[in-house]
Design a protein around this ligand. Structure first.
Ligand SMILES: *Cc1c(COP(=O)(O)O)cnc(C)c1O
Length: 414
């Protein structure tokens, strides 16, 4: 076993702790009481690196399917209630050995994140807004009594991991490395309690473009039989427990000929999310103004990084800070509730300009049809599958992500 220290970082002394944004929640209070100053936070400078003795064959980009192949190395960081975070380890990708009684197997003590690393033609590797993912990961951890951690240190460790496995990012436009940070509760005990042991780990998977042959608009099934989230629940957190219940609903939608669920909430059938993406609708107002609207972060909506980026790009354009080519000037950007009735009436009167989902995997996913209470609502899409508002925003966003447009959101790895 080869144990080396990749580098020692000057940042080890400045331990900053993430400050949770919901100090009143009981989960937070209970958790925080156990996280006192004698416990260690994550320190990238303590990393131990065990290099893989063998290198796996790189997959053929042409036949790559999402999330099935993983790189040579991974990152793990153990946590114990008594001592805090242990030394981070970068080591060969391999299975875990876990006691069958650990909380992740019984009580869904798990959360995850998803972000991408991009490589440009010059070999420069960048991450897109990793601070947002780490902030959300801490928020998720807090919601299920898993430990908080120093976000900057984990970003530094992820960079080290990516540098080691950079050759796994296919050198083909549209391809990237999908980074999957995860945290699980792994105290060996079947009593239900905040875990006394946890593990943060990061794995990486080379991925291709979501739409290799151009945008393919999807058909959604307006789902009223199941709820994805409820007030006071966990819909706003990226917890594993949110996703298993969606699979049956997705299967049923697929049987009816739709690709994804459009999750509707309450008797008003409020639009919430599209499968595992945030939902956007674009309306034409009576005076010709274009409104780009998405549901507000009311506790049921997952605060997507792509959602936030789309809103910011549109708002900067409206404010004149950064003009996006081909985006209309008379644009209103709204975070507001919308009912299915409003969407349906706008479609019938010709005032629904477009409807799309946003998320890291697909970036923007146009929608051309929504099945709702036995009828199909048809939504216009352009010849390339996109609409007139999402197309320029998508171009701007992908330009920033892939480094053709310089922007502080793009964080250099190497
Ligand atoms: C991850 C996710 C999103 C999108 O978030 P991004 O940060 O943009 O990838 C939206 N909704 C749900 C339910 C999600 O899990």
């Amino acid at each position: 076993m080869l144990q080396t220290r990749l580098c020692s970082l000057p940042s080890g002394s400045a331990l900053r702790r993430y400050k949770p944004s919901v100090p009143n929640s009981s989960c937070y209070t209970r958790h925080y009481a156990r996280f006192n100053s004698t416990q260690a936070d994550i320190q990238a400078s303590r990393v131990q690196v065990e290099l893989s003795q063998t290198r796996k064959p790189r997959p053929d980009p042409a036949t790559l399917s999402f999330g099935k192949v993983f790189t040579d190395h991974m990152l793990t960081i153990p946590w114990k209630a008594s001592s805090g975070w242990g030394a981070p380890q970068i080591h060969p990708y391999r299975p875990f050995t876990l006691d069958p009684s650990v909380g992740v197997f019984h009580y869904a003590q798990c959360l995850f994140e998803g972000l991408k690393a991009y490589r440009d033609e010059t070999g420069k590797v960048t991450l897109f807004r990793p601070d947002m993912n780490m902030k959300r990961m801490n928020t998720s951890a807090q919601r299920i009594a898993l430990p908080a951690f120093n976000a900057d240190e984990v970003i530094e460790l992820m960079k080290q991991l990516i540098r080691l496995d950079k050759d796994w990012i296919p050198n083909v436009p549209g391809y990237s490395l999908y980074i999957r940070p995860t945290m699980i509760g792994c105290q060996p005990a079947i009593g239900i309690s905040p875990p006394g042991e946890a593990l943060l780990f990061v794995i990486c998977s080379p991925v291709g473009p979501y739409y290799p042959d151009g945008f393919k608009p999807v058909a959604l099934y307006g789902t009223t039989e199941y709820s994805r989230a409820a007030p006071g629940g966990i819909g706003a957190y990226k917890l594993g427990a949110n996703y298993a219940p969606g699979l049956v609903a997705q299967k049923e939608a697929a049987k009816k000929g739709y690709v994804q669920n459009l999750w509707l909430y309450g008797p008003e059938h409020y639009v919430t999310e599209v499968g595992t993406m945030n939902a956007f609708a674009v309306f034409k107002q009576p005076d010709g103004t274009i409104e780009i609207a998405t549901p507000p972060l009311d506790g049921m909506i997952l605060p997507g990084v792509t959602r936030d980026s789309v809103l910011n790009i549109a708002r900067d354009h409206v404010a004149g800070k950064y003009k996006v080519a081909d985006l209309p000037d008379k644009l209103v950007v709204s975070e507001r509730q919308m009912t299915m009735r409003e969407v349906k009436e706008a479609a019938q009167s010709g005032n629904l300009v477009e409807f799309f989902g946003t998320g890291t995997a697909a970036v923007i996913s146009p929608v051309d049809r929504i099945g709702y209470l036995g009828e199909d609502i048809h939504i216009p899409t352009g010849p390339d599958g996109m609409g007139p508002i999402s197309r320029p925003i998508w171009q701007q966003l992908v330009g920033i992500q892939t480094g053709t447009i310089e922007h502080p959101w793009s964080v250099v790895v190497m």
